[in-house]
Design a protein around this ligand. Structure first.
Ligand code: NAP
Length: 540
């Protein structure tokens, strides 16, 4: 058990924590990173399930802060696989010599603000404490996996895995009967790969999803060259866009063209592949009638792909507008249901009853399996933060403050928790954007803020409650201008029983959000209370 002091304690060594550490060193500050994994990479460290791949093009999914770094790294595919992204994270850690300030296999179990010394005391599972003036939660948005409490699970004789906690040594499905529970983004990527290996694969689907073919391919040298030639220009453009991704938005309503033209546009986007399908027209996320045209197009593709019409019927998404649950991307997902060794079980109206010793029981029938893969998602955006449950000023706890849903100012800080920053916290564009673009924006903003405080002899910063209330209201109002809140998505907290149903990310767009954050800083951190602590000076 040790106790250490630093200027900044950072929780998490994913892309957020790594860049934060680098920036703090740049300010001449001592930072310590606490990371529960054995290595860097965050989400890309944990989600090693077969088929895991990023849905943002690799030329756009990397750090932009170091010109040489972005020039020297070569991506091998249009959409990078998990192992390649993890190699990239390790490359960055090596190149910036980050590991010497990261404590691996260290889970944070507590974080408490000491008002007298204006510092955070962060406790770990090993009994260690790190005390620092600033605490930065770079804990990720999808880092607390969720496994439903199926009755009988402990009786199961086979092996179980969660996509978000995949074993490093991999899983051999050869000759096995495998059950996959869930059909979200993770399952949709894993299912085609597992089906190729397994003796039989049974997919248990509660809600069908919309998925677009990825059309992944080897990196085209000319395309890579185009990006690298003008990388700063492209990065700057991405920072001004809605999702922080250059997607070639077709800036017209789906209803402004006739049916034949609409079909042509959708066919082109379908052939192109990837999430840019949602940029086919400019109103798919706000106009239900427009959205219906895109949804029906994808349903027609599903019908055309699946040989058995009864199976196709089960796979057709009908209960949410396309894109309001995170759009999925796949490599041969729908085709997989034409394989003789794959079957689909609809558990929408007949939920999984129990897990037996030998399988999964649905509607009184046992589906025998040797392995169960839980692709059941995450307690997104708030799960990890509330799990740590920071104790702030005047006895406030994050769990209580966020009881009715997360409350932040700009997704960066929460009232009652001075000097506690969140990287891509709820109330910021985060999961609706290219995460690396949003991570860099937050880390830059927080670093500038800490530098400003140090320059001005300020020792504490905290959002004012009125500023926070106004931001929460704005986040909510913006969400309800769109179709997003109509879906039972994890964006709404709907996947976790009892979780408050609040639309958590900020949908106003990465570009507009950046302007707002910069404006707040330019106005001397408008909406924040900044103080110079005599108490800290006395304590030191
Ligand atoms: P998810 O989207 O939350 O999907 C979880 C799945 O499990 C859903 O199909 C859900 O059904 C099902 N499920 C949960 N509880 C169940 C139960 N009791 N019985 C039956 N089914 C149950 O989780 P995910 O697939 O891990 O993806 C989470 C997010 O991670 C994505 O939305 C995306 O943002 C990110 N991700 C991205 C990529 C990529 O970049 N390509 C890949 C993977 C993940 P319901 O829908 O009915 O709740």
């Amino acid at each position: 058990m040790t106790s250490s002091t630093a200027d900044v304690v950072i929780v998490g060594a994913g892309f957020g924590g790594m860049y934060m550490l680098h920036k703090m060193r740049g300010l001449g500050l001592r930072a310590i990173v606490l990371e529960r994994a054995t290595g860097v990479g965050g989400t890309w460290y944990w989600n090693r399930y077969p088929g895991a791949r990023c849905d943002v093009e690799s030329m756009q999914y990397s750090y932009s802060f170091d010109p040489q770094l972005q020039q020297e790294w070569n991506w091998s595919e249009r959409f990078a696989s998990q192992p390649e992204i993890l190699s990239y994270a390790n490359h960055v850690a090596d190149r910036l010599d980050l590991r010497r300030d990261i404590r691996f296999e260290t889970s944070v179990t507590s974080a408490a603000y000491d008002e007298a010394s204006q510092s955070w005391m962060v406790g770990t599972d090993g009994g260690d404490t790190v005390t620092a003036r600033f605490c930065v939660m770079a804990t990720g948005c999808l880092s607390t996996s969720r496994q439903p409490d199926f009755p009988g699970l402990s009786n199961f004789k086979g092996k179980t895995y969660h996509t978000g906690h995949w074993p490093h040594e991999g899983v051999d499905f050869t000759g096995k009967r495998v059950g996959v529970i869930g059909t979200g983004s993770s399952a949709i990527q894993a299912i085609p790969v597992i089906a190729e290996q397994a003796a039989h694969l049974t997919v248990f689907q509660r809600t069908p999803n919309f998925s677009i073919p990825t059309r992944n391919k080897a990196m085209d040298g000319a395309y890579e060259g185009w990006w690298k030639k003008d990388y700063p220009k492209h990065r700057n453009l991405a920072r001004t866009l809605r999702a922080g991704v250059i997607t070639n938005l077709n800036d017209m309503s789906a209803l402004s063209v006739d049916a034949a033209e609409r079909q042509r546009v959708y066919e082109d986007r379908w052939a192109l592949g990837g999430t840019s399908f949602m940029a086919s027209f400019n109103d798919l996320s706000v106009n239900k009638a427009s959205n219906d045209t895109a949804a029906e197009f994808v349903r027609s593709k599903i019908r055309a792909t699946i040989t058995d019409p009864a199976v196709a019927e089960i796979l057709l998404p009908h209960n949410h507008p396309i894109g309001t649950k995170r759009i999925c991307v796949d490599s041969h997902y729908y085709e997989t249901y034409n394989r003789p060794n794959v079957s689909l079980v609809d558990v929408r109206n007949s939920p999984i009853e129990t897990i037996t010793a030998d399988g999964v029981m649905v509607a009184g029938r046992e589906y025998p399996v040797d392995i169960i893969v839980f692709a059941t998602g995450f307690d997104a955006m708030t799960g990890t933060l509330v799990g740590i449950n920071p104790h702030g000023r005047d006895g406030a706890t994050l769990a209580e403050e966020w009881e009715a849903g997360p409350r932040t100012y700009l997704g960066l800080m929460s009232a009652q928790f001075p000097n506690l920053f969140m990287i891509t916290g709820p109330g910021s564009p985060s999961v609706l954007s290219n995460m690396i673009v949003s991570i860099e924006q937050h880390v830059d903003w927080v670093s500038d803020c800490i530098a400003y405080m140090n320059r001005n002899g300020l020792t504490a910063i905290e959002p004012r409650r009125d500023a926070q209330d106004a931001w929460v209201e704005h986040v909510n109002e913006m969400a309800f201008r769109t179709l997003y809140p109509t879906a039972n998505s994890w964006y709404m907290g709907a996947n976790i029983p009892g979780k408050p149903q609040v639309f958590m990310p900020y949908i106003g767009g990465v570009g507009a959000y950046r302007v707002k954050c910069d404006d707040v800083a330019a106005k001397g951190y408008e909406g924040f209370e900044l103080g110079a602590g005599q108490a800290r000076a006395a304590a030191e």
